[in-house]
Design a protein around this ligand. Structure first.
Ligand SMILES: Nc1ncnc2c1ncn2[C@@H]1O[C@H](COP(=O)(O)OP(=O)(O)OP(=O)(O)O)[C@@H](O)[C@H]1O
Length: 361
């Protein structure tokens, strides 16, 4: 098997106005057959990256390679890429079957060949009985299925999904996440998706690339992104962490002591090789903080006044003030011996293994 990456972004930068980089020095490999999601806040450069891969935008500097060959001079329609847009981009005057057959006709197929492939694609997305409807006669979820079928019907070797579920309500999003994941597994085609929704990224992807300000902060397997964030930004963006500016007291690998203003000394775990003197933060996930009485057994334990309380179904989120810090804690209701009210003093705690020292960026 070839050792060359399927897709490589080689130091790709993009500026629309020759003044500001919206993507900066991007080095990113996409593995054949994987589901990679580009995740980050609005304006971080995810869609621009996807559009450069599709060929609708060109890098200002750097190059994108497929199996080692530059895509630079290959027109979008010759890249053999299926694309699914947030607004579906279906042709309103064409029946569903014709919409799905469109990329095949564009590639010169006719008659029975088109009919056979369209039927297979409709079957794949469970829409066989709706072939003769028009897009306006379908629900949002059904339209998105048609868009998926159209992106897959011509056997592309890459499918790009730009905020594919952005227009759907929450329950349908969850159903479609499972559907897209199933299609990815069934076809074996490489999928690259863009989203700003962390749950969508976590539930669908093999790997996630976290974007911020046009740069990739971390690219890793989904579980690793969650369990071992490389920066405070990643820890905050995925999984709602509390981030506190900190200073390292004890240097060395493994468990370390840090000081945090207004809180004193904390025991923490070093996740990455943080250069000495760099800005540091400790990150503590909301759901890893325990509450009184269990908190009394923790190495790191603090009391603060409750400033906010929110019921989240089977969980409670409590915000407490410790000095100038606001610490958010999210635990199952069953763990609260007594549910506090605003203004109460409340004890929380966490283990050093759930408190990570990270570079601040
Ligand atoms: N065609 C364009 N011309 C000029 N500026 C653009 C163009 N497209 C995007 N930008 C700018 O580039 C930056 C990155 O945009 P991009 O759409 O890639 O980010 P994103 O992470 O996908 O954000 P979102 O989730 O909001 O779509 C933004 O500041 C945006 O305003």
């Amino acid at each position: 098997m070839s050792r060359q990456p399927f897709i490589s972004f080689n130091s790709v930068s993009k500026s629309y106005d020759h003044d500001r980089w919206v993507v900066e020095d991007l080095c990113l490999d996409v593995r054949e057959g994987e589901f990679l999601t580009l995740l980050g806040p609005s304006g971080s450069g995810k869609s621009t990256t996807l559009m450069m891969l599709a060929g609708f935008e060109q890098p200002t500097t750097g190059d994108i390679l497929r199996r080692g060959r530059s895509l630079h001079s290959i027109a979008p329609h010759k890249r053999n890429i299926g694309i699914v847009f947030q607004d579906y981009a279906l042709f309103p005057h064409m029946k569903i079957g014709d919409n799905i057959g469109y990329p095949l006709r564009m590639r010169g197929l006719r008659g029975a060949d088109v009919a056979r492939k369209v039927e297979k694609a409709l079957d794949m997305v469970d829409m066989s009985n709706l072939s003769s409807r028009y897009p306006h006669q379908l629900s949002g979820g059904q339209r998105q299925r048609v868009a998926l079928a159209r992106a897959l019907v011509f056997d592309p070797d890459l499918v790009l999904l730009d905020e594919p579920l952005g227009a759907l309500d929450n329950q349908l999003r969850i159903r479609m996440q499972a559907e897209i994941k199933r299609l990815h597994a069934a076809t074996g085609v490489t999928f690259v998706a863009v989203t700003h929704d962390q749950n969508e990224a976590l539930s669908m992807s093999d790997r996630i690339a976290i974007f911020n300000n046009g740069r990739v902060q971390q690219i890793d397997e989904t579980r690793k992104i969650y369990d071992q964030p490389a920066t405070a930004f990643v820890a905050q963006f995925i999984g709602d962490s509390n981030i506190l500016p900190a200073q390292l007291v004890d240097h060395g690998a493994g468990q370390v002591r840090v000081t945090v203003a207004d809180m004193g000394t904390l025991l923490a775990t070093k996740q990455t090789l943080t250069p000495e003197g760099a800005n540091m933060a400790v990150a503590i996930r909301q759901e890893r903080i325990v509450v009184s009485p269990v908190a009394a057994n923790c190495d790191n334990r603090f009391s603060g006044q409750v400033s906010e309380l929110a019921f989240l179904g089977d969980q409670i989120r409590v915000q407490i003030h410790i000095g100038d810090h606001r610490i958010n804690v999210r635990r199952p209701i069953s763990e609260f011996v007594e549910i506090p009210t605003e203004g109460d003093w409340f004890e929380v705690g966490w283990s050093p293994t759930d408190c990570w020292v990270l570079p601040e960026t």
